[in-house]
Design a binder for this molecule. Structure first.
Ligand code: LLP
Length: 436
């Protein structure tokens, strides 16, 4: 998919670049992003809104993969940006992302993070809780600014996805509850203070969602609340943000719909609701992460050791694992893979791909059909572009991989591989106190 194909050597090629050559140049594990595919996804979202003739912002949820180059690519494609921490905000600002198109999320933003956001002239803070309202008010008063905000509400919509990443259900650490008066209380609090410019509301119902029903339901709930605030307080929302969560295909078990169809459902429902409640149609914002970068990312590993457990299974180990992709260990996430240097090889054996970290749970793929894998072969694991590098860690003191962007036959290193010295750069020696 994307610009991936098999070249005359039988090697995987992405963005017109031979993946085996990339592995040899930059080493493994290596993250490779198909830039053309990211652009295509961004354009598909934006084009879908254009077709409906509605004002919209598509904010890239940079938690999926944040780096300076990635943020610059998002800017190049005219996207807005969702950040969730001082670190992601700093990355965006250093990358030169227009602050007025940055949206700041999070359920426990610190005073320092909020001050940094206000200082930068951020486009919008998505306020999660009462404590945050207080902090922002203090900071705004001290600086004489008015802060554009959205109120994050919890619509009580349960999306069918993995439990760990459910955020829209009632029992959630995120947002003001829509049904028990919290959201109303927050609304009154905001309206009575000069510090805020309330743009509207935000909700996010989960991640890796395939069906559209949850988005339709969330849209209805949000509009019902906005209509109430409009009737009772003459509040006219400028923005409704319906979050991200659009699913992608990791394996053939997943059956996503094209991204434009999510937009169609959301926009049609928003128009219907606005008409019913006689509200002007607000700007519609969404914040996809996974569906923008997920299937554009491929991880290349070098195959090393093998262990046969007779009559049970064969473990084939690679030079990375839960340190560069924790999703299988954390969520039981599934991936497809193939030998990047033998793409035409017949899949003659079934093996399980183990990482190199020191624990049994460090498995990347169970029961994968592959051509007989030998040490030195390259394994390409597909669809690792979202929450792969961004959740990478240094467990077992493994250096984080390098990241390369490829497009039109060009490869560009966008994140350097960590070195052993990088790993110890913050370590300080213990000054042994020897008793004399
Ligand atoms: N907006 C909000 C408020 C979010 O919490 C998230 C994701 C997104 C947008 C983007 O969602 P996406 O379009 O990427 O599904 N680490 C997990 C996913 C955690 C998602 C957290 N929130 C994973 O690897 O599956």
């Amino acid at each position: 998919h994307g610009t991936s194909r098999v070249n005359e050597k039988g090697h995987l090629e992405i963005g017109g670049v031979d993946v085996v050559e990339l592995a040899e140049t930059y080493g493994t594990p290596l993250y490779i992003y198909d830039v053309a595919l990211i652009r295509a996804r961004a354009r598909a979202f934006q084009e879908a809104f254009r077709r409906h003739g509605v004002r919209a912002q598509v904010a890239y949820a940079s938690k999926a993969f944040s780096s300076i180059a990635m943020v610059q690519l998002a800017a190049e494609e005219g996207m807005s940006l969702d950040v969730v921490s001082g670190g992601e905000l700093h990355t965006a600002l250093v990358a030169g992302f227009p602050p007025e198109r940055i949206h700041f999320h999070g359920n426990n933003k610190s005073r320092e993070e909020l001050a940094m956001a206000l200082e930068s002239g951020i486009g919008c803070i998505v306020v999660d809780n009462f404590y945050e309202l207080e902090l922002i008010e203090e900071l705004a008063e001290a600086s004489g600014r008015t802060v554009p905000i959205l109120l994050r509400v919890t619509p009580g919509v349960e999306a069918h996805t993995h439990d760990y990443i459910l955020t829209g259900q009632e029992d959630s650490k995120f947002g003001f509850d829509l049904h028990n008066g919290q959201a109303d209380q927050a609304f009154r609090r905001v309206m009575s203070a000069k510090a805020f410019r309330l743009l509207g509301v935000h909700c996010h119902i989960g991640s890796q969602i395939f069906e559209t029903a949850g988005f339709v339901l969330a849209t209805q709930k949000v509009f019902a609340k906005l209509a109430e605030w409009n009737r009772e307080h003459r509040f006219v929302p400028e923005v409704v943000n319906l979050g991200g969560g659009f699913g992608i295909r990791y394996t053939e078990e997943d059956d996503p719909i094209p991204v434009a169809m999510y937009v169609d459902c959301i926009v049609e429902e928003a128009k219907k609701q606005a008409r019913e409640y006689e509200l002007p149609l607000p700007e519609i914002w969404i914040e996809p992460g996974r569906s923008l970068v997920g299937d554009a990312g491929t991880t290349i590993y070098t195959i090393g050791s093998r262990k046969d457990v007779p009559n049970v299974r064969t473990y084939v180990a690679v030079d990375g694992g839960m340190s560069d992709n924790i999703r299988p260990a954390l969520y039981g996430a599934k991936y497809e893979a193939m030998l990047a240097n033998r793409m035409w090889g017949e899949r003659t054996e079934v093996v399980s791909i183990a990482g190199k970290c020191c624990e049994s749970g460090d498995m990347l793929i169970w029961d994968l059909a592959l051509p007989e894998a030998k040490p030195g072969d390259y394994l390409a694991v597909f669809c690792t572009g979202a929450y792969g590098y961004s959740m990478a860690n240094n467990y077992n003191r493994l250096p984080r991989p390098a990241v390369v962007f490829v497009e039109n036959g060009d490869a560009q290193l966008v994140v350097k591989r960590e070195t052993y010295d990088d790993l110890i750069q913050y370590d300080l020696p213990w000054k042994t106190k020897v008793k004399k």
